[in-house]
Design a protein around this ligand. Structure first.
Ligand code: GDP
Length: 449
């Protein structure tokens, strides 16, 4: 998400930076380009107007043009305005996690259109509450319209490792909701997640059903799940749900896709409801907190190192990492270590998602994606290493033609792929040996930093 917008805005800022001293006309021209970039990203018109007016007022008010680094000032002002549009504000990063501050069991109502990712998100939230917040979670599907829906949630609950409400055929959504809350109270659950039936489109009857469930269960959070890929429609859906049901927060899914991002920028201004969480993939751990300041940084190509480090800390085992670093320093890095590194990176989610968090990578990312950059490469390499014997992994020099053929056949790869992996590994170990010889200072001189 935001790739096109990010590269357009960066183009505008690059031009400003090259100018050095700026005239009023330069800033006006830049603003016009910012406006076009926002419109092309599908940001709602009133929001575009609001952002550009604010930028203009502040750029004038702060005497940007006479400052030491005018371009930097303009970028800072655009950044601040984006943070505000995304729901953050001065001294307030805008990050809004789920609010569970209520007597147990805390009911969370999940609403949204069919296919928006509502059920998947219910599972993701359950997993996070269980692992991170140590909560006892009950999942219940109120979807009596789609026959497989309740079973889908039951399967998901098993995958996540939380309880799901036993299915009783023939019950109404209201009866199911009441039974879920009842079980929640009796068995001392901390949180009960109620997944309502999806609608294909805004539908008065089904909306009334959600409203009735809401009135009966008094959910502490009513989370609307919207698909970022649907752009302005996501914003219209949100407005309709906000007007008829009332929501406490929005979860935007499929931000891992190539959505233009306008919906995220328009949501707060148009609906008044904050985006609380982001769905960044099909996997159950692909759930992110929504931080307006970090998203603005990503849009402006300044990266999001904080989220990257957090993600790494969540997925990479510290002790393992230290052991591996020590082996690297001693020049003892083997294919086994490499395989375990591949696994750790794979756990962090899609490579393009990770790259998007690095500053300045936006531009080269598109080229890299052309080169088929995704986790399947990691998986293939891990499979190739998996087909080697322990001895081969420790002493890769043993791997000659016939062994290569065997390894390729065993992992469904070609001999060329095996060769490529071995060559890459050779280069890596050579580099590590150089690094360990040169030490920290030498490493910088060696051009690695
Ligand atoms: P529901 O009808 O709203 O309950 O939608 P589901 O939860 O069944 O999701 C529909 C499809 O979207 C499934 O194939 C999910 O794996 C997929 N999905 C859900 N969230 C995300 C996301 O954040 N990113 C991606 N790429 N796919 C998602």
């Amino acid at each position: 998400m935001f790739e096109a917008l990010s590269s357009k805005l960066n183009g505008v800022f690059d031009k400003l930076r090259r100018r050095g001293a700026l005239t009023d006309a330069d800033v006006q021209e830049a603003l016009r380009e910012v406006r076009v970039a926002l419109l092309e990203a599908d940001v709602a018109l009133p929001v575009v107007k609001d952002i550009t007016t604010k930028v203009r007022d502040r750029a004038v008010g702060q005497e940007v043009l006479r400052s030491v680094s005018p371009a930097q000032q303009v970028i800072k002002i655009v950044n601040d305005c984006l943070v505000e549009a995304l729901g953050g504000g001065e001294g307030d990063t805008g990050a809004r996690g789920l609010d569970l501050n209520a007597p147990s069991p805390v009911p969370i109502l999940m609403v949204g259109l069919q296919g928006s990712g509502k059920t998947t998100t219910s599972g993701k939230i359950a997993l996070r509450l269980k692992n991170r917040d140590k909560k006892k979670v009950l999942l219940a599907s109120l979807d009596v319209h789609r026959p497989a829906a309740q079973l889908q949630l039951e399967t998901l609950a098993k995958q996540v490792g939380v309880a799901s409400l036993p299915i009783i055929a023939g019950q109404t959504p209201l009866q199911i909701a009441e039974r879920a809350m009842d079980l929640g109270r009796r068995e001392l659950f901390d949180v009960v997640i109620l997944d309502t039936a999806g609608r294909l489109a805004i539908d008065v009857v089904l909306m009334a059903e959600v409203a009735a469930v809401k009135a009966a269960t008094h959910p502490h959070e009513t989370l609307l799940v919207v698909d970022a890929m649907t752009g302005q429609d996501a914003v219209n859906t949100a407005r309709a749900f906000q007007d008829t049901v009332g929501v406490t927060g929005i979860v935007m899914t499929r931000i891992d896709g190539d959505a233009r991002g306008g919906a995220a920028l328009s949501m707060r201004a148009v609906t008044g409801a904050p985006i609380k969480l982001l769905g960044a993939g099909e996997k159950l751990d692909a759930l992110e907190d929504f931080h307006p300041d970090r998203i603005a940084s990503r849009i402006l190509g300044m990266g999001d190192i904080v989220s990257l480090v957090e993600r790494a800390a969540e997925t990479i085992d510290q002790a393992d990492a230290e052991k591996m670093a020590a082996r690297m320093q001693k020049g003892q890095f083997t294919l086994e270590d490499y395989a375990s590194q591949l696994k750790q990176i794979g756990k962090m989610g899609s490579l393009s998602g990770i790259l998007g968090m690095l500053p300045g990578v936006g531009k080269i990312k598109q080229q890299l994606e052309g080169a088929n950059l995704d986790t399947t490469i990691l998986k293939r390499q891990a499979a190739i290493i998996g087909s080697m014997t322990v001895k081969e992994r420790r002493v890769p020099d043993l791997i000659k033609a016939s062994r290569k053929r065997r390894i390729a056949a065993g992992s469904g790869a070609t001999v060329q792929e095996v060769n490529r992996l071995l060559k890459q590994f050779d280069e890596m170990s050579a580099m590590m040996k150089r690094m360990s010889k040169l030490g920290q200072k030498g490493m910088m001189r060696g051009g690695l930093a």
